[in-house]
Write a protein that binds this ligand. Structure first.
Ligand SMILES: *Cc1c(COP(=O)(O)O)cnc(C)c1O
Length: 370
């Protein structure tokens, strides 16, 4: 593709000198797992997000699993989440042996519909433990004020899936600070991307942070003594050192994404495509710039024929995936199914040039004319 949809290599190139130096520093230190770099990154990331604690782990899926477990979620507890998300969201709930309950999305924000959430809780809550796991999809925050209110009323925990929302905020308060805990992924294409896998849990609770620290390393608080069954999910020193470089550039990178989004908006607002919405008071960090249209497949083929990459996030909601479909009923997930047939993510990464954005927009407009 002449213009790729995402380009993690461009991000490495943009910060190559600092990243290479950071990696060399780790190589020379002789400490490769859970050392000074990870500790420094954890404290810098918590400070950036606005929580008291952050706990580095191996990837975003583990971050969700361990955040749920650290919040006390256990076997068969209901965890309310969405079907229009990365499969990882539901896979992580499964790993806790909790029971995923899928809730439909609002068709404009592509995030959890709070009325559907309320209905799902009325139908499934056993009055004991449980959690709500909203996903800030594409970089747009879910309706956290309403979700937190519902959680309080039904005594449910809230764990945010922030894998696509590093830096996004509602009323000046960042995603990752609203719930009892939150999970971030540092997969290379995310807004904050490592050069490999990585993830982190943020929380304001000392107990949740300590429990997550235990769970990420065989249940150890003190070396070689397992207080409860844990796993191995550690963030390594090389990724931590790289992430410290990238974190220092996150606000600038997000600002570049927002500017690209505004460019797309102004080029495409006369077309019949539905464009992303960003209400007052919300910071949308455009992990993806997603347009919506019924001729999505034709548009994607046309763009590909002109050398422009685009991606469908996601072609099948979780409840229609072969691995999961027998477990979920289709009723009441209509908005999720329609979205899967109509969404298309345009090229979006901080290093994408103004000219490239214009070129993509021009091609889309010329497709409409045909
Ligand atoms: C990327 C992603 C994950 C999983 O993160 P990994 O680091 O790939 O395990 C979870 N949820 C969402 C919404 C994601 O986009």
């Amino acid at each position: 593709m002449d213009i790729p949809q995402a380009d993690p290599h461009a991000s490495y190139q943009a910060h190559k000198r600092d990243i290479d130096a950071a990696i060399q520093r780790v190589l020379d230190s002789g400490r490769y797992i859970l050392g000074e770099e990870t500790e420094a990154f954890e404290s810098e990331f918590a400070q950036y997000i606005g929580t008291a604690y952050s706990v580095g782990v191996a990837n975003g899926t583990d971050a969700i699993e361990l955040a749920l477990r650290a919040c006390g979620i256990e076997k068969n507890d209901p965890v309310y989440t969405v079907s229009h998300t990365a499969v990882a969201t539901v896979a992580a709930i499964d790993r806790c042996c909790a029971r995923p309950v899928l809730v439909d999305i609002d068709p404009t924000s592509f995030t959890m519909d709070t009325e559907c959430l309320h209905r799902a809780i009325m139908a499934n809550n056993n009055g004991e433990r449980g959690a709500i796991l909203p996903v800030h999809l594409y970089g747009r925050p879910a309706d956290m004020p309403s979700i937190c209110e519902i959680a309080k009323r039904f005594k449910l925990k809230v764990v945010e899936d922030c894998a696509q929302s590093h830096g996004a905020a509602i009323g000046g308060r960042r995603t990752g600070t609203w719930g009892d805990a939150a999970a971030f992924s540092f997969y290379p294409t995310k807004n904050l991307g490592a050069l490999g896998d990585g993830g982190v849990i943020t929380t304001n609770s000392k107990d949740v942070a300590n429990r997550a620290r235990k769970l990420r390393q065989y249940g150890w608080r003190q070396k070689s003594i397992s207080e409860e069954p844990g796993i191995n999910s550690r963030l390594d020193e090389i990724q931590s050192a790289v992430l410290r470089v990238k974190l220092a550039n996150l606000d600038a990178d997000n600002a570049a994404r927002i500017e690209i989004a505004h460019q797309y908006d102004s080029q495409l607002n006369q077309s019949y495509y539905e464009l992303p919405q960003c209400p007052e008071g919300i910071i949308h960090v455009y992990h993806q710039y997603v347009i919506r249209t019924r001729d999505r497949n034709e548009l994607q083929s046309y763009l590909a024929s002109t050398g422009i990459g685009s991606t469908i996030h996601y072609p099948k909601p979780v409840h229609l995936q072969p691995a999961y479909m027998s477990r979920f009923s289709r009723e009441s997930l209509v908005n999720s199914e329609t979205a899967a047939n109509e969404v298309l993510s345009l090229p979006m990464f901080p290093e994408l040039s103004r000219d490239a954005v214009l070129m993509v927009a021009q091609k889309i407009l010329s497709f409409i004319k045909k």
